[in-house]
Design a binder for this molecule. Sequence first.
Ligand code: AMP
Ligand code: MN
Ligand code: MN
Ligand code: MN
Length: 307
Amino acid sequence: MDKASPARGAIRRLCYHAWFTILRCLGLSSAVFNCDLHCHSTCSDGLLAPADVAARAAANGVDLLALSDHDSLDGLLAARSAAAAAGMGFVNGVEISIEWQALQIHILGYAFDSSHQALNAGLESIRAGRVDRAQQMSSELEKVGIAGAFDGAMRYAANPSLISRAHFGRFLVETGVAKDLRSVFESYLVPGRPGYVDHRWATLADSLAWVHAAGGLVAVAHPGRYKLSRAEMRRFLAEYKDLGGEAIEVVSGSHTQEHVDTFGRYAREYGFLASRGSDFHGPGESYFDLGQLAALPDGLKPIWKAF
Ligand code: AMP
Ligand code: MN
Ligand code: MN
Ligand code: MN
């Protein structure tokens, strides 16, 4: 999920723990507002239940958390009540899968009314084909000699309607086909590689319309991860801005320092609010734990001030 090595990730985690502990001991915890607005639970492809995600975030010193499961709002209530029990702020979140010029892109929605009909119907429409797609993925993997992938991936999916490539990835690691998730996504499950199956996701315009109708704000998830040229990225950001997109993730568990600098510049240039999120999926799997990322660069407008 990110470009840093596991060792560097572990060192960075230790540094953040030490930094936040020192600030807290000095009574300066209010000087650092620790927001983590991107993470996953077992309601999509995370490894922890929603309440456990919230409890872990609070233990890591997060002040404001958004659970942002893929295409699902199922975990929000449980995460919100665990956040309240731990005295941590919580905001509704979701990560919506869209397609833009044949690329799969992720749009984050925040601070929306989770009972809004159009948002729920929209998410339901993109969840609908996931099980069929998983069956096709399994047949494609069978063609290269990997048997039983559908059942194997399903064993990891606490919420079967959200069966995802991450669950297939875990199965491929379990069976020794690949050594870790990063290698899975280098050789399998991506366009041009075994196990990849196209899918109809939401359009950019739909995803923004659903979140806005439900009273929320949107951010582009991990923009550094998409295989877009500079000109294509500019076209995407201009279209996103025209559709009313408010924010982009600048500090992300998937971003290198170079990405942080680049998307910090884009945020200033296009007038986007800036977001910060670990994209935590689970212990031992994600290099960045909840709340343990660098702060937003100076001079950016944090999205959480607009909630
Ligand atoms: P899907 O929604 O089924 O297309 O699956 C997408 C999910 O697969 C992402 O949300 C990640 O959890 C996981 N994923 C995609 N690319 C990578 C990668 N390069 N490394 C690790 N996980 C990945
Ligand atoms: Mn995921
Ligand atoms: Mn994503
Ligand atoms: Mn994510």
